[in-house]
Design a protein around this ligand. Structure first.
Ligand SMILES: Nc1ncnc2c1ncn2[C@@H]1O[C@H](COP(=O)(O)OP(=O)(O)OP(=O)(O)O)[C@@H](O)[C@H]1O
Ligand SMILES: O=P(O)(O)O[C@H]1[C@H](O)[C@@H](O)[C@H](OP(=O)(O)O)[C@@H](OP(=O)(O)O)[C@H]1O
Ligand SMILES: [Mg+2]
Ligand SMILES: [Mg+2]
Length: 354
């Protein structure tokens, strides 16, 4: 029997009814070829229903046919959440995957988490809010102050300008920030970035802002994607270094509307090995584990740069919740295994972020 995915969505009178129906779907899909990977096929334990509430842009980039196909082979079904209906009337879900804005939506999710502790909501709205603010997002990295034999990880010096732009030159001097500076909107949903060569030009910008020291890093950054325990790193081109000479000769502020997304992969580029060498695996594992725990998130990425000329002095400059996993190599396998493990460990009562 072939059950269309939309039919899997609603209307099971009992959990057993839903499982029976989905097992049939599983049997029919496994006869057309098994992935041979981690899955529930062989013992027909339980299928996993993942309700998702995502923008159409995110659905397009993330929920690609290859992901859905691989998931189905592992017994995972993605089901669109209907935002016009109560969440409790839908599903039942094992996992809720979401990235939507708004206070009202956050409240709906919070209420649902309280009334449905058996469902894993990826991730808790409060933890997501914490990384949507460019001041709080880096605080945990600063507190961690990671330093071991593999290297050090910090954050660039920064300050927040809440309101009055005329206070900027004094605030910069008082905080002892060195030029050049990058100015970013305090709220990370906005991606406009400006690079300032002097403190006075920054008065043109509209607070609330974060002003951050620009760190020379050879024009290459590392995107560290985290999906639960899994880590994948890719290289991307970034803003070029600013020399002392250039700094002394220039002034003004240069605006970049969406510098990060526009930048190309640097994985296949012919680069100086001192710049291109990926951060040490052991350092990334420690960092990811600590941040998963401190941030209370399963799904995020870090933008990391290596200070140019240093051996392994790294800075985290940005943290993004539920980033563009479609650009992460092998994300389909990594993500589906993550969902399986999540449900299995919840079932065995061993689920933990830390
Ligand atoms: N402190 C810094 N030093 C050097 N380069 C920086 C710094 N901050 C930002 N950049 C550069 O500007 C880019 C955009 O900054 P950032 O990642 O903070 O913005 P974003 O809009 O949140 O990006 P994303 O699309 O990853 O969410 C970075 O990818 C990097 O190239
Ligand atoms: O994966 P990286 O290069 O870090 O960039 C991501 C941004 O950080 C995310 O904010 C984008 O997702 P949203 O458009 O859902 O915010 C996300 O959009 P996408 O999922 O549509 O690709 C990416 O642009
Ligand atoms: Mg970024
Ligand atoms: Mg960002």
């Amino acid at each position: 029997m072939r059950v269309k995915q939309e039919e899997v969505v609603v209307g099971y009178e009992s959990e057993e009814g839903r499982e029976m129906e989905m097992e049939m779907e599983l049997e029919s899909s496994s006869s057309s070829g098994s992935s041979g990977e981690l899955g529930f096929h062989d013992n027909l334990m339980k299928v996993i229903v993942v309700g998702y509430a995502l923008t159409s842009k995110k659905i397009k980039s993330f929920l690609q046919p290859k992901l859905e196909g691989l998931a189905r082979n592992k017994g995972i079904f993605f089901v669109a959440i209907d935002q016009t209906r109560p969440l409790s009337d839908q599903g039942p879900f094992d996992i809720v995957l979401h990235k939507l804005c708004g206070k009202e939506w956050r409240q709906i999710l919070e209420d649902y988490r309280l009334t449905h502790p058996e469902v894993t909501v990826l991730d808790p709205p409060d933890a997501i809010q914490h990384v949507y603010n460019r001041q709080s997002m880096l605080q945990d990295v600063a507190d961690l102050d990671l330093s071991d034999s593999y290297g050090t990880v910090g954050v660039p010096k920064q300050l927040v300008i809440e309101k009055d732009p005329s206070s900027i030159p004094d605030a910069i001097k008082k905080a002892g920030l060195s030029l050049p500076l990058v100015a970013k909107p305090l709220f990370a949903k906005s991606h406009e970035l400006s690079l300032a060569y002097d403190e006075y030009s920054l008065q043109k910008l509209e607070p609330p802002l974060v002003l951050q020291e620009f760190v020379n890093h050879g024009g290459v950054l590392f995107k560290v994607y985290i999906v639960g325990d899994a880590i994948k790193v890719v290289r991307r081109f970034s803003l070029p270094d600013v020399s002392k000479r250039e700094l002394s000769r220039s002034s003004g502020v240069f605006r970049f509307p969406r510098v990060s997304s526009a930048s190309q992969s640097a994985d296949d580029a012919d680069l100086d090995p001192c710049i291109a060498e990926l951060p040490p695996r052991a350092l990334l594992e420690r960092l990811a584990k600590e941040l998963r725990c401190r941030l209370g998130l399963h799904l995020f990425n870090l933008d990391m740069i290596r200070e140019h000329g240093s051996r392994n002095r790294f800075y985290v400059i940005d943290i993004n919740y539920f980033p563009g996993y479609g650009k992460m190599p092998e994300y389909e396998h990594i993500f589906t295994d993550f969902l399986l493990n999540l449900v299995q460990s919840k079932f065995k009562n061993t689920a933990t972020l830390c």
